[in-house]
Ligand binder design. Structure first.
Ligand code: AMP
Ligand code: ZN
Length: 126
């Protein structure tokens, strides 16, 4: 398998070494339910191969990047939020509180949400 990190929890889930509630899978991506859901629908969509964050996407990753978005649309349909609405969130880096270093899109839906998405702890840099 290309780009596998044996210390990465999401690589282990993609390899089937750690169980997860899988919603959808194809050759490029895996979608599974978040362990600590923040909404009735909360699914994580990850590339099968280890890419630490959006900032690490490089030339050649166009296919997998597009696959994440296409899987999000599929998962939205499967979980019944296609028409009611949903949010796709990529936490990227420390300011965004990314806690797992393997790209994941949070697909969140099944409730109405607020905007902007800050939790009230923001610190303005500068
Ligand atoms: P982030 O803070 O954007 O990096 O999100 C990481 C997400 O992964 C959190 O919402 C966690 O609840 C979720 N998570 C961590 N470990 C697991 C796991 N083993 N199975 C499912 N979700 C997980
Ligand atoms: Zn990984």
């Amino acid at each position: 398998m290309s780009r596998y990190d044996s210390s990465c929890i999401f690589c282990k889930i993609a390899a089937g070494h750690i169980p997860a509630s899988v919603v959808y899978r194809n050759d490029h991506v895996l979608a599974f339910r978040d362990l600590n859901p923040v909404a009735p629908t909360h699914v994580l969509i990850i590339p099968i191969e280890h890419i630490p964050s959006l900032s690490n996407l490089a030339a050649g990753d166009e296919e997998v990047a597009g696959q994440i978005l296409m899987a999000a649309r599929t998962v939205a349909g499967m979980t019944g939020v296609l028409d009611s609405g949903y949010r796709l969130v990529f936490n990227n880096g420390p300011d965004a509180l990314q806690s797992v270093g393997h790209i994941h899109a949070h697909l969140i839906g099944g409730k109405s949400m607020g905007w902007p998405p800050f939790a009230g702890h923001e610190v303005i840099h500068g």
